[in-house]
Design a protein around this ligand. Structure first.
Ligand code: SF4
Length: 361
């Protein structure tokens, strides 16, 4: 690398560090950079907006102030504190990891990559985030914000998600990284991408990196980064049955191994080809519980978007044919309960079912 580029890199690094010092948001895990806090914030932050992360993080730390408290909590308490963030395998992994940390690491997080990668739910990115942000180790960190800034600064015209591009970007990060300030530098890049060099309408006119930005000089900021192929959204149609018996509603807890494992639900599932939503609701109900029902009435349809899927869930009310036969034969759940309407919010449900409950209340 020639001296000119090295100088430019150190100027970019210095500018970002100064900008971060003056403009960083006062996020709760930035008070002390406790490894436990950084770990939880990182897992919560995947695919979630920062304001939501802050709200959930504060609530989480109130419930589970340290790793031993988290390890001792019941699965339901932990899932309830996560409800609404989605991707529930993450929270189950957090709990498993908390157990291991208590058993093997005196309730702290290890400070090396191989031990971190051996923990459930911690991959290369999260390990790098914990090492650099919590322990200030010189490990580069590449997220979508960082990719975007570097592609614009260096005018990289390769599709950003390709392995070769990511390798190039990781090398750029490594070149820019000041070895004794990894914590601040990695956060500075991510924060700068979130607040200044944003995906749409970046604040180029006031950007402190203007003179280093090739995309700005070439007036092609909108063309960087070069996106990869867009994945098609998949539509999924589902139906469920809300059984009411006197003043109680039937709910069941999903099996651990299933999607949304451990969460509660009204029985239901995907529509088969050429099946109506009402037919699917009845079929699923019988397959899952063996209940005999009557009086099926349409209630409402809710739509929920996941990263790759758009799920529309059509819900029906019904009652038991025999109001005394309240014990199901469970085929797709670990346990069940009959609960009153005002008790429903005490249980953790997938997003679509939560929307239904909001409409019922
Ligand atoms: Fe991003 Fe614009 Fe700054 Fe370039 S000048 S780094 S595109 S905000």
């Amino acid at each position: 690398m020639n001296n000119l580029l090295l100088n430019s890199h150190s100027l970019v690094t210095q500018t970002l560090l100064t900008w971060f010092q003056e403009n960083q948001r006062p996020l709760p895990w930035r008070k002390e950079y406790r490894p436990y806090h950084v770990w939880i914030a990182e897992i919560m932050g995947q695919q979630t907006q920062m304001e939501r992360v802050v709200t959930y993080f504060k609530n989480w730390i109130q419930h589970f102030p340290d790793i031993p408290t988290l390890a001792a909590a019941s699965e339901q308490e932990v899932i309830k504190a996560w409800e609404g963030l989605g991707y529930y395998s993450r929270v189950r992994n957090i709990r498993k990891t908390a157990d291991l940390l208590v058993q093997k690491y005196a309730a702290g997080l290890p400070d090396n990559e191989s031990d971190l990668l051996a923990l459930p739910g911690i991959g290369t990115y999260t390990a790098a985030a914990i090492l650099s942000i919590a322990f200030n180790r010189p490990v580069p960190l590449l997220d979508a914000n960082v990719e975007r800034i570097l592609c614009r600064l260096d005018d990289i015209d390769l599709p950003v998600k390709q392995t070769a591009t990511r390798k190039l970007l990781l090398q750029r990060c490594t070149d820019l990284l000041p070895h004794d300030k990894a914590r601040n530098f990695n956060q500075a890049l991510m924060e700068f991408g979130a607040l200044v060099c944003t995906p749409k309408k970046p604040a180029c006119s006031t950007c402190p990196l203007q003179e280093h930005c090739r995309a700005l000089a070439l007036d092609i900021v909108d063309l960087r980064p070069v996106p990869g192929k867009k994945e098609k959204r998949i539509d999924i149609a589902m139906a469920c049955a809300i059984i009411q018996n006197n003043d109680r509603f039937y709910i069941q807890q999903r099996l651990e191994k299933d999607v949304w494992g451990g969460l509660w639900e009204f029985p239901g599932g995907r529509l088969k080809e050429s099946e109506s939503a009402a037919q699917a609701a009845i079929r699923e109900l019988i397959e899952e519980t063996e209940f005999q029902i009557t009086g099926l009435q349409p209630f409402t349809t809710v739509v929920h978007h996941y990263t790759k899927y758009r799920v529309s869930l059509e819900a029906f009310f019904c009652t038991l044919k025999n109001p005394c036969a309240t014990t199901p034969t469970l085929h797709a759940a670990s346990q069940y309960q009959w609960v009153q309407l005002n008790e429903l919010p005490n249980f953790a449900f997938p997003a679509g079912h939560r929307q239904l409950i909001e409409k019922m209340l």
